[in-house]
Design a protein around this ligand. Sequence first.
Ligand SMILES: [Zn+2]
Length: 178
Amino acid sequence: MSVYFHADISNEKTWERDTPCLCTQNSEVFCAAMKRVTADLKASLRIAANPLCSICKGIGIERVKESDAPFLNLANENARLLFFALGLNKETVEEELWGDLTTAEARRAVMRGKARGSLKPYTRPPAENRRGGGSVLTVGCRWHDPGVSEHGMRTYIVRFEDFLEEAISRGATRIWWD
Ligand SMILES: [Zn+2]
C-alpha cells in the first residue's frame, strides 16, 4: 500500500493515451507498445489480447488518464516515517494515513525536517528474513525492501519539498494525501 500526495493546483492539464492492456504482457510487442502504441502494434496487441479480458474487452489496449499535476507517492511505512521526521503530530497524520495541510503548514514542516541534526530516529532497517541487500525470499517471488537510511530520509524530505514547491508555484494553497 502507498500514500499518494496531491495539491489543489488550478491549472492541471489532463489527457488520455493508449497503453497495452496487462492481458498482453506476455506478448513480444508489449514492451514496444509500452513506449508508444502505433498502428502496427495495435493490430498485434489485438491478436495477443485475451478475448475475455474485462479491462480491454479483447482489443489489447487500455485508455489511461494522464496528468501534469505534481504528485508524490510513498510506501505507507516510509510516508509514516516522513511525517514523524517533519514533526507532524497525530492530529494531522491519521492512523489510516490520510490528511491535509495548508501549503504554509507544509513549508514549516519541511523546515522542521531539514533542521534536524540527526534523522536516525526516522529510519528503519532493511526487511527481516532477507537474503542480502534487503531481498526478501517468499514462496514464488522475491521483493526488495532496503529499509530507510538517514540519507534515504533526507531524500524523502527533499522529494516532499520538491512536490510542495512545484505545487505552490502552480497556485496550490493546500496539499492532501490518501
Ligand atoms: Zn486486456
